[in-house]
Design a protein. Structure first.
Length: 768
């Protein structure tokens, strides 16, 4: 409410009077606005603090990985022959390495074609992977590599179309086309190197026969081999080794070797603790903590010279956060292990201003001590005493301590076990189909026809099942073997490598109940070629006497021969009964009979109650008789005497101090399985605490939510105050308007009276 011309009648400055009165009335509103601005500033300050703590949390989370503080470096005495690296599981040491030759991937090529668009054919190409033994002229399937197929339709029937179809199938074979001057050739290359990845290629349509390749002498070789599959061969500290790949991760624990060329002379590989990276990691921890502390100081400090406080000076929440961080870093780790219990042990100490400082001299002294393990100070780590129990993970709720591990049940794999020994002959349309359900996923597979040995049959079944797209796409696989072991005869000494006619060339033996006599060819052999000669002669005799019976002859690195039956179970046996070549080949051999039933066993590669195997189809009776399906079970037991939940081989404590501690239980024994010492390192503890502080339910969120509530409440008060002020202003204006009207009226009366008095004075009244 206002006057159009307030004060015009009275001469009063009504607007000025009301404004001055309202300025006094508005003081409570100004106070509310000031308080609201203060709360907004605090929220902004907490936002800055949240960002700083989140940055610190990210930094210390990365430092909570034990590998950061257990780094190793590698070097070679002569560069150029291999590259190397080491992880946290390595150990310091030096090794002499000699490389004879590198691993190779097999290459097969077609005949020459006039053009890349030349027609080849249609149908299905089947690729199998395995090992070709030229000594025994045998091809053994690689059970770890599933059989793969590629369908060639009319749109891909040309040379380039077949190339594109094979590459699009992504089956472990790459295809390319080259022109050698005589024409265009399709080149097939096994993507994986190594002797066990030699290709066997077959087709179901004669139009594609140009692509067939069977490496055995009796096989069809319409493709030509230009590069043979080959293992890398090298010697490590005098021990001969053969690996499928030039990248080798299992020769030295924790060390990865990548061979690049054969060596001229032995090269020394040195593995040493990488102290520089560890020192950098510790310094990074100190720097990250100090950066967060600087932010806290800027928000909470007090300038005594100017008597100026910061936004959060004296704030209890900020004090609680700072106190929690310092308490964590100042509390010794009683179960840390590694010979260290607090940060001061490695030269990290608090300064008067609350920051950390690093004494690099002390740190380097610890790094030089092989009995000290810095990773135990920072990472959350569990160290089991049982080598077949391994630490997995933990949570923020897991408390440090030494916990006893007791196992009441081991995890098992789902399996399908046969009731009778398998038939070794697979016939198309008769006993070649398996409808599998593995871990709940269904797939139908077709076995390749042929007569197999037990080992080769298991490899065929495993390869076909694991090659099923439905299973491989779901990451599901099986292992196919037998219930039982193989019988064998093991030599007592290295074999003599010279065979002389009539002197040491005959062997009499019985394999799985079939007796045969063989005569070895005279000559001088290597251990491997002598083993191949013996295997060829024995198996040729067994094929005549009892088709389907066979054995494998192998030579150890020291040249000792082992004759192993290719069957399984209690009827599997190899007995050397005589012949003038026994002493030369085997010394005094020891025979061990097989054990078990010898029936086929198909089991999942995973563990636990989610694993199972079932099968139907015309191949079941031949392979398994009437099989029994058994689902897997989860591990069960306790950790630290507290209840635990098992999923597969993983056992996780579900209550008490070890809550959230997960262990992987392997091995074959139940009952007491030692202890696990768990310590949540400083980086791990700090990361967890910071996560809680900065979470949506943490200290900062609680404080900012409270401030926001206060701001909302003040907003409501402001609305009420605005209404009160509007009413007061209206009242003041109404009162002054009335006063103005009254004064104006009185002014008019005054003017009238003045005029009358003046008139009377000018016209006096005469009394007669």
């Amino acid at each position: 409410m206002s006057l159009s011309s307030p004060g015009i009648g009275s001469g009063l400055n009504v607007n000025s009077l009301v404004s001055q009165l309202m300025a006094t009335e508005q003081q409570p509103l100004v106070a509310l606005q000031t308080q609201q601005a203060s709360y907004q500033a605090e929220i902004s300050a907490y936002g800055s603090l949240q960002g700083a703590l989140s940055t610190l949390q990210t930094a210390v989370t990365s430092l909570s990985n034990a590998s950061v503080f257990s780094a190793y470096s590698t070097s070679a005495s002569t560069p150029g022959y291999f590259t190397s690296s080491a992880d946290s599981t390595a150990s310091a040491g030096s090794y002499n390495l000699s490389v004879s030759y590198l691993a190779q991937s097999q290459k097969l090529v077609t005949g020459a074609y006039a053009d890349t668009t030349s027609a080849v054919g249609t149908g299905v190409i089947t690729f199998q992977y395995g090992t070709y033994n030229s000594g025994t002229d045998t091809y053994s399937l690689n059970a770890a590599k599933p059989t793969q197929t590629v369908t060639i339709d009319s749109a891909h029937s040309s040379l380039s179309g077949i190339r594109d179809a094979i590459n699009a199938a992504n089956i472990g074979v790459s295809a390319s086309i080259t022109n050698d001057g005589t024409g265009y050739r399709l080149v097939l290359t096994s993507k994986d190197s190594g002797a066990a990845n030699s290709l066997k290629v077959s087709v179901d349509n004669a139009s594609l026969s140009a692509l067939t390749y069977d490496p055995t002498l009796a096989g069809v070789k319409n493709l030509s081999q230009t590069v043979a599959a080959q293992n890398a061969s090298f010697t490590l500290d005098g021990l001969p080794m053969s690996k499928a790949s030039n990248t080798i991760t299992d020769a030295i624990q924790g060390v990865t070797l990548t061979l690049t060329q054969p060596t001229v002379a032995p090269v020394t590989l040195n593995v040493a603790r990488d102290t520089s990276s560890i020192q950098s990691a510790v310094q990074a921890f100190v720097n990250d903590y100090n950066a967060a502390q600087a932010n806290i100081n800027s928000l909470s400090g007090y300038n005594a010279s100017t008597n100026t406080a910061s936004i959060l000076t004296g704030d209890s929440t900020l004090f609680t956060i700072q106190n929690q961080m310092r308490t964590i870093l100042n509390t010794p780790l009683s179960t840390a292990g590694g010979g260290l219990t607090n940060l001061a042990d490695i030269g990290v100490n608090f300064q008067k201003d609350g920051t950390l400082a690093l004494d690099t001299t002390k740190l380097n002294a610890v790094l030089a001590d092989p009995t000290k393990n810095i990773s135990t100070l920072f990472a959350a780590m569990g160290v089991p005493t049982d080598s077949l129990v391994s630490y997995g993970t933990s949570t923020a709720a897991t408390q440090g301590g030494n916990y006893a591990v007791n196992i009441t049940r081991l995890a098992t794999q789902g399996n399908l076990s046969g009731s009778a020994n398998p038939g070794l002959t697979i016939a198309t349309g008769s006993n070649d189909t398996l409808n599998m359900v593995v871990d709940g996923t269904a797939a139908t597979v077709t076995l390749s026809p042929g007569t197999y040995t037990p080992t080769a049959l298991a490899a065929q079944v495993q390869s076909q099942i694991n090659g099923a797209t439905a299973l491989s796409g779901a990451g599901i696989s099986v292992a196919v073997g037998y219930n039982g072991t193989q019988g064998n005869a093991v030599g007592s000494a290295a074999a003599g490598l010279t065979v002389t006619t009539g002197v040491n060339d005959t062997l009499n033996l019985t394999v799985d109940g079939t007796a045969v006599s063989v005569t070895l060819a005279a000559g001088t052999y290597s251990a491997s070629t002598l083993a191949a000669e013996a295997q060829n002669k024995i198996n040729a005799a067994l094929t005549l006497a009892a088709p389907g019976t066979s054995l494998v002859v192998s030579a150890s690195n020291s040249g000792v021969m082992t004759l192993t039956s290719d069957s399984y179970g209690a009827t599997s046996a190899v007995s050397v009964t005589g012949g003038n070549g026994v002493a030369n080949l085997l010394g005094t051999p020891t025979s061990t009979a097989g054990t078990g039933t010898g029936t086929m066993l198909i089991k999942t590669t995973g563990y636990g109650s989610a694993t199972s195997v079932a099968a139907t189809g015309n191949a079941v009776a031949n392979l398994l008789g009437t099989p029994t399906s058994t689902a897997g079970v989860d591990v069960a037991g306790t950790i630290g005497g507290m209840g635990a939940t098992g999923i597969g081989q993983a056992l996780t404590a579900s209550s008490g101090s070890p809550t959230g501690l997960t262990l992987t239980i392997a091995g074959t024994t139940t009952g007491a399985r030692g202890t696990v010492a768990f310590a949540p390192g400083y980086a791990s503890q700090l990361a967890s605490a910071l996560g809680n502080m900065t979470s949506t339910t943490g200290l900062i969120a609680d404080r900012t939510n409270g401030l926001q509530s206060s701001i909302t409440a003040i907003g409501k008060q402001q609305t009420q105050e605005q209404a009160r002020l509007s009413a007061i202003q209206a009242s003041y204006l109404a009162q002054f308007t009335s006063l103005d009207t009254l004064i104006a009226s009185m002014n008019q009366t005054s003017t009238f009276l003045t005029q009358q008095l003046t008139s009377l004075a000018n016209n006096p009244i005469v009394i007669k």
